[in-house]
Ligand binder design. Structure first.
Ligand code: C2E
Ligand code: MG
Ligand code: MG
Length: 277
């Protein structure tokens, strides 16, 4: 398709974009129905305590299995859901499902398991939504600190005052806030003074540079030192190898997450992982 369009194209850019936009629109139409057609599910990736004493946890990661397109990567459909506003509905489903699974994981393991949920900036638009989330936890009989809300610094690009207010409401109730993909992007450090942040998640690219680069180790070590002085915990993301696991441990990270500890699991596998851990 693209070869023949490119060969005859004038003007090429508009012609090349049209099918791509059509495909995006079709994907969005399909996504609108995905939840009630049972195509969405959550995978649970273990977050391993490096101190041995902290509560184990999982990050809930959204998966979309489409009957024709197969597994669609979150990087493809989450931006679509965000731009269209559909993330409000999907995010609500994610939060309720993850909280319900957290309850089951606690019941079957007898441990104070925590679940982290990724939250898009749009979801932090209203106090009413925050109150609804707290109600979901209450209805399940879960303490608020069973939930970690993972945000990226993107949240501060939209109405920083309002967002900080919503996060404070959650944090005051006991919900934990983690800053995801930390150490890349703009990493606006002043933001750490404005937001109630309990944990920093070291971006995968930083973790993966630790073995080869002394500079990466210095940066990561400084982040851990700063976080601890601010009474925040540090989760190393994207740990794939033994050496990376050893270095993150030496640097004082509190938790490790990555294929070395465990791939994203089905809910049933997550229960087994807890029994074995
Ligand atoms: P994230 O929140 O930073 O999640 C971590 C991503 O890294 C996940 O990709 C996970 O599968 C992947 N990962 C974990 N360990 C390793 C490793 O050792 N090596 C490598 N190469 N990758 C690893 P995934 O599941 O494709 O999710 C991508 C992003 O999509 C997430 O990044 C998050 O930003 C977003 N996302 C996923 N689920 C949701 C959701 O329910 N809501 C929202 N708003 N965003 C979501
Ligand atoms: Mg995350
Ligand atoms: Mg991340």
């Amino acid at each position: 398709m693209t070869a023949s369009v490119a060969a005859t194209a004038a003007p090429p850019r508009r012609r090349a974009l049209r099918p791509a936009r059509g495909a995006q629109r079709q994907l969005l139409d399909e996504l609108r129905h995905a939840a009630h057609r049972g195509q969405l599910r959550l995978a649970y990736q273990p977050i391993h305590s490096l101190r041995g004493t902290d509560t184990p946890g999982f990050e809930a990661l959204l998966r979309w299995n489409h009957p024709r397109f197969g597994e669609v990567a979150p990087e493809r459909f989450i931006p679509l859901a965000e731009h269209s506003g559909l993330i409000l509905e999907i995010g609500d489903w994610v939060l309720r499902s993850a909280a319900a699974e957290c309850k089951r994981l606690r019941a079957c393991s007898g441990r104070a398991v925590r679940v982290g949920v990724n939250v898009s900036p749009l979801q932090l638009g209203s106090r009413a939504t925050m109150q609804l989330w707290l109600h979901y936890l209450q209805d399940l009989g879960l303490p608020a600190d069973a939930l970690t809300v993972e945000i990226t610094e993107q949240v501060m690009l939209r109405h920083p005052e309002a967002v900080a207010g919503q996060l404070r409401l959650l944090a005051d109730a006991g919900v934990r806030i983690a800053l995801d993909d930390f150490g890349v992007g703009y990493s606006n450090l002043a933001m750490l003074g404005q937001l109630p942040v309990h944990a920093l998640k070291l971006d995968r690219s930083l973790t993966q540079g630790l073995v080869a680069s002394e500079r990466h180790r210095t940066i990561a070590g400084s982040i851990v030192g700063m976080a601890h002085r601010l009474r925040m915990q540090v989760v190393a993301e994207g740990v794939e190898q033994t050496t990376q696991a050893a270095i993150t441990h030496e640097l004082g990270c509190d938790f490790g997450q990555g294929w070395w500890y465990g791939r994203p699991l089905s809910a049933a596998q997550a229960r087994q992982w807890l029994h074995a851990a």
